[in-house]
Design a protein around this ligand. Sequence first.
Ligand code: ADE
Length: 226
Amino acid sequence: MKIDILTVLPELLESPFSHSILKRAREKGLLEINVHHLRKWAVNEYGQVDDYQYGGGAGMVMMPEPLANAIESLSGITPYDEIIFMTPDGEKFQQKMANQLSLKNNFLIICGHYKGIDERIRQQYVTREISIGDYVLSGGELPAAILVDAIGRLLPGVLNDETSALFDSFQDNLLAPPVYTRPADFRGSRVPDILLSGDPKKIDDWRLEQSLKRTNERRPDLDTNE
Ligand code: ADE
């Protein structure tokens, strides 16, 4: 999978993809991530990429020319399956969407800033608008990092134990069961006996029961039959 990211703050995206699982995915050649500085396509020598909004009002808007030129130039190199704009008024990001997107090959992700991007870019180029939740961040970089992390870890061969993503919270609309490690007795609080029983069937049953209980208590809105 190849992911290109267009941003005015490339520094914000240096660390999230350089550690742990995503670092390994890149090293193994399973995931290519390229961060592109939008100023490369600025309209003038001052690096301008934003301007005042028509109709007045506080806050700058990202101009259409730099974005269109960047998108056209990058699309000429990579045929994108989706051109994604991270925005609080987009479709809400969920595990199911991460699963679907992990089956595609190439994305361009546009990170907005200031008041947003000129509406004509959304209409003419963007194929998908995604929000990571009902709150407003100062830019699309952290949302983009979250999207890439959630998708990247699902790519075949990325996780050491290939089956482990199947048991994540939200797969099957269930929250994950509690987990324990050594010691078996931590300051008088013991690991449930069943996990020490060595009986895989009993352990599986217990985990499912705990998942259902947790989901019922914490997220009754999740439909476990879906
Ligand atoms: N940009 C700012 N806030 C955002 C959010 N909640 N989701 C996606 N992009 C954003």
